[in-house]
Design a protein around this ligand. Sequence first.
Ligand code: ADE
Length: 228
Amino acid sequence: MPRIPVKLVSWEEITEWSWGLAKVIEKSGYVPDVVIAIARGGYVPARLLCDFLGIENLLSIQSQHWTEAAKKGERAIIKFDYSVDLTEYRALLVDDIIDTGESVILAKEHISNSWRPKDLKIAALQWISSVAKIKPDFYYMEVKEWVWFQYPWTRLEDVTQFLKRIIESSYREEGRVSWTLEDLNKKFIEWYDIAVGGRYIAEAIEVLAKRGLLKAINGSYIYTATTM
Ligand code: ADE
């Protein structure tokens, strides 16, 4: 049984969803002069919207809420508080997903007060309507039940976190310390019900080994059970 609901999102879906979002914006009649990507999740959708809507100006703001895959950070913060004058611009603030909505609410407030655009609207590929505190002006997909979307741009980061959780909780629950690549592959599918493919599992194991959580011994990986 997967421990949290996860949906794997492919690059093809991202392209398709971004086209869909671009058409929603176009149909609305809103013509932004500048796109503002919320870092880091909004980067790829924002760049694609620039392409699909023919917008040259692209800025970004880092408003962060989720510090690791599917675990909420304390609260949203604006990193790198710099100032730009957008008084002559109609802006489009873009994120991948509106989940609780806290990062986008904070970014919107900061941009309105400090960058002062002529107009400011919000666009997201996905909007989790059951939990979000804000409805974006434009979205491609309304999600009714909370799911962790495993986007292609956080694949290694997410797989690493997911493996770490498997290893740590198996140690807590059964005292297990030894794993093969095959065991981890199998457990990963059992827990999260997605097949990430490619080299992600192997690379994530490398990351955990570099961090000192795992040690490779005779073709197996040993959990070092340190606190990290
Ligand atoms: N970032 C914040 N919420 C998310 C979710 N539900 N899926 C993927 N990335 C997210």
